[in-house]
Design a protein around this ligand. Structure first.
Ligand SMILES: *Cc1c(COP(=O)(O)O)cnc(C)c1O
Length: 366
């Protein structure tokens, strides 16, 4: 068959191991999954109430324009309805953007390591990938700017960055946005926006007014606790949205997903509570790292990238035997580190006890 040359040898996304698979493999009753940065508290109780009381006509296609959800998000963010695009998770928006803008002969600039879907999608489109190493877990925006040339179509900025958790502060970000040529799209992926508590990071939505070449991506998968429903959205000026929209599938968000995202959006108090709990959880990890002399990156997300001083694959395996699924840094471009989703305080405590035992066993504390 006449496959695109660039997809030969590509592998499907390797998700964190599933709870069921690990239960079976290690004959365990209880597993705590701290691998994919899902909200450990789940979603707002309002969502559960809604699901218990509503019924839907499953025979009909969903509203392809997500009219009600669109109106709710627009009001909440103070933007126009035509400044939004909805995706089947922000993953789909990443794929829509690459499909619309990348092809053989153009290039795309991103940090290294960063969220793997940028390069994965760019590769499928046959574009040249320019990866710019992070500095102390942070985007090197000067070097990224230097990597831009006449053939650059898209620049990916992940803030806070996955897998380091480091958020880009406002001043350098603004300076960067001002410099980037106006015919280069800057994607600001803010999947963890709701968890940010760094006061040197500002809300970026006003920037779409001055920078018609940026799109902000946010999602219901992380703080809103709705990863299963696959809803993400992009915010940009209306000309940019109008260009991207034809690339989107006609019915890309289900009836249920649209309705539930809208319910979750109304519960600000729930998000606030999750952020506070997450901040307490962060402290547990930071204290552990401090006490045990393990380096970590200051995180503005619900995960932490921390040093383990031994092969992270070994730590990953040993933790799995003890009922905890995390991500090994080897798989994320950060060997010697593990990425752990911050759980409930009880989960964190149990996890850190097991981690300490594993590191002890591995001779880290000799
Ligand atoms: C989780 C994540 C996404 C994908 O989120 P979905 O909306 O579930 O597709 C996008 N970007 C980053 C940086 C993420 O960590």
């Amino acid at each position: 068959m006449k496959w695109k040359e660039q997809i030969t040898g590509m592998k499907a996304y390797q998700p964190g191991k599933s709870i069921d698979a690990v239960k079976k493999e290690f004959d365990l009753d209880e597993i705590v999954k701290l691998a994919s940065n899902e909200n450990p508290f789940g979603s707002s109780p309002k969502v559960h109430e809604f699901l218990a009381n509503e019924s839907f006509n499953f025979a009909l296609y969903p509203d392809g324009y997500a009219t009600n959800l669109r109106a709710a998000v627009a009001t909440k963010l103070g933007v126009e309805e035509n400044e939004l695009i909805f995706g089947n998770g922000s993953d789909e928006l990443i794929s829509i953007i690459t499909r619309a803008l990348l092809y053989p002969g153009v290039n795309t600039v991103m940090a290294k390591p960063t969220f793997s879907q940028y390069s994965h999608n760019a590769k499928i489109e046959g574009a040249e990938i320019r990866e710019v190493p992070l500095v102390d877990g942070n985007h090197d925006l000067d070097a990224m700017f230097d990597a831009i040339d006449d053939n650059t179509a898209v620049v990916w900025v992940c803030s806070p960055n996955n897998p380091t958790g480091v958020v880009i502060e406002d001043a350098p970000l603004q300076a960067f946005l001002k410099k980037v040529p106006s015919d280069v799209l800057v994607v600001l992926d803010e999947a963890y926006f709701e968890y940010v508590s760094n006061d040197r990071h500002k809300d970026t939505i006003p920037y779409i007014q001055d920078n018609p070449n940026i799109i902000i991506l946010r999602t219901f998968s992380k703080a809103y606790g709705l990863a299963a429903f696959r809803v993400g959205y992009g915010i940009a000026n209306k000309e940019l949205i109008a260009k991207l929209d034809p690339v989107r599938g006609p019915f890309n968000n289900t009836v249920l997903s649209q309705a539930i995202a809208q319910v979750a959006l109304e519960d600000d108090a729930y998000i606030e509570k999750c952020r506070e709990e997450n901040n307490k959880g962060k402290k547990q990890f930071e204290e552990f790292c401090g006490k045990n002399n393990l380096h970590y990156f200051t995180t503005d997300t619900n995960f932490i990238l921390m040093e383990v001083k031994v092969d992270s694959d070994v730590v990953f395996q040993e933790l799995m035997k003890r009922g905890f699924i995390i991500r090994s840094g080897n798989a994320l471009g950060t060997p010697g580190y593990i990425r752990v989703t911050i759980g409930t305080q009880a989960q964190n405590e149990a996890f850190l006890t097991q981690l300490e035992a594993v590191l002890q066993e591995q001779g880290v504390f000799s």
